[in-house]
Design a protein around this ligand. Structure first.
Ligand SMILES: [Zn+2]
Ligand SMILES: [Zn+2]
Length: 435
């Protein structure tokens, strides 16, 4: 074999090896490392708070706090710590649900989806050599890619705004007010993605070799398809998905409460004792700083998950909705000045009239109301057979008695404002009772 051929073959082989390595899940110990570190931090915080703070107060070694105060501080701390550890154990030990346990492997559906010319030739979108042309489904990262927004060929999920010169004529609205006609004359209008994301060929995972259930996505770190994939969380060493998202929300609330309590009591009593010229304990200062950091982190996650659950969105799905909004803002910025906020709002309101709102009517999995979306994951407010704890299970990590627990994460009702393949339809095309 001539030397040049050997070199090419070798390079091909290495590339294939590298690709295979990329698709492999992380080794178990790397995946779970943060769980041990996190547990260690919690244990250390407990040692400093109890051993170096509460016990000192109870022994009467601190000025400005009585023995009774010490016992009260200790009791509340222990309750919050137990709440947090319980929620942490639940979220770490409950698997998010894996598609491979529910769906048999199958060959790729035929016919294969059209391969976008830009997708194959552009190195920016990942290089595919010849034997890689068998399609690979669309990883969600690509579905939400925004870098080729103005590529005339693109037809991705969020990059479905074709170039202006390729668009068909849009009839001008009769109303001339608030710049609507100005937007229309520039062919700026709402254009939801046209990719049939729910068609089998778009739901096939070429790594797991199966047809992903609705809302499942492949996690590269775990190396498998996860039901109602939300995100991969290194702090819990696994994905947040259909079956552990409730505990994840419970855990974030518990940690936000725990850290805010630790932070505030440390600050109050450190200020008091520093007034009386006592030495500051560096270990307490470290825990105060860590508490502040983790408080900001967990309260942000908790609040954003409240919003997303109310809208029935996962983190990946909310990115998709957000990029649709960003694109509209971008388009409107081409037509209106940044000061013309009212005009832009009016144009969007007009689009909402035609299509519905992006986060709700334009969301494939919208439950119809905020409470319903929240209850679907967190349990009902009222006590039921499924949720004997009622709203308490929103706070504490109780397990819900799902009648069909094994099916959790497998069945999602598609918003009837979408067609079977997952394309958002105009209000005029919705079922009559919804218009
Ligand atoms: Zn997969
Ligand atoms: Zn994962």
């Amino acid at each position: 074999m001539p030397e040049i051929c050997r070199v090419i073959e070798e390079a091909k082989f290495t590339a294939r090896e590298q690709r295979a390595a990329k698709n492999k899940p992380q080794p178990w110990i790397v995946l779970k490392l943060m769980v041990f570190i996190t547990t260690g931090i919690m244990g250390y915080a407990a040692y400093v708070y109890i051993g170096r703070f509460c016990v000192e107060i109870i022994k009467g070694k601190r000025i400005g706090a009585s023995k009774g105060t010490g016992i009260a501080l200790l009791t509340v701390f222990c309750l919050l710590l137990l709440w947090m550890l319980w929620a942490y154990a639940m979220v770490v030990l409950t698997a998010p649900g894996f598609a491979r346990n529910h769906v048999p492997q199958c060959p790729p559906p035929v016919p294969p989806p059209p391969i976008r010319p830009s997708y194959v030739h552009s190195p920016a979108n990942g290089v595919h050599d010849q034997d890689d042309h068998s399609f690979r489904g669309q990883p969600y990262e690509q579905m939400y890619a925004v870098n080729d927004a103005h590529d005339p060929h693109n037809s991705g999920v969020t990059d479905a705004f074709p170039r202006l010169d390729t668009l068909p004529e849009v009839p001008l609205p009769a109303s001339n007010s608030f710049g609507l006609s100005r937007a229309a004359s520039k062919r700026v209008t709402r254009r939801p993605p046209t990719t049939p994301v729910l068609a089998p060929e778009y739901r096939y995972c070429s790594r797991c070799l199966l047809l992903k259930p609705y809302r499942a996505h492949h996690c590269r770190v775990c190396g498998t398809c996860v039901l109602k994939y939300d995100h991969h969380c290194p702090w819990i060493g696994q994905c947040v998905g259909a079956r552990n998202q409730k505990y994840f929300v419970n855990f974030n609330l518990a940690t936000a409460m725990f850290t805010s309590y630790t932070l505030s009591t440390f600050i109050v009593y450190t200020v008091r004792s520093s007034n009386s010229n006592e030495d500051l304990d560096p270990q307490q200062i470290l825990i105060t700083a860590l508490s502040g950091l983790f408080f900001i982190f967990t309260i942000t996650l908790f609040l954003s998950h409240i919003r997303m659950l109310a809208l029935s969105l996962t983190t990946v799905e909310s990115l998709r909705q957000q990029s649709m909004k960003d694109r509209e803002d971008h388009m409107l910025a081409d037509v209106f000045g940044f000061w013309e906020l009212r005009r832009k709002r009016r144009v969007k309101a007009e689009w909402d009239k035609e299509w519905g709102r992006i986060d709700r009517e334009g969301n494939m999995w919208w439950a119809g109301s905020n409470l319903q979306g929240w209850e679907e994951t967190m349990g009902s407010a009222k006590r039921t057979k499924e949720n004997p704890w009622g709203w308490l299970s929103w706070i504490l990590p109780f397990r819900l008695n799902r009648r069909n627990y094994t099916e959790t994460g497998m069945n999602y009702q598609l918003n009837p404002r979408f067609d079977k393949e997952g394309r958002w339809r105009r209000r005029s095309e919705w079922p009559e009772d919804l218009r």
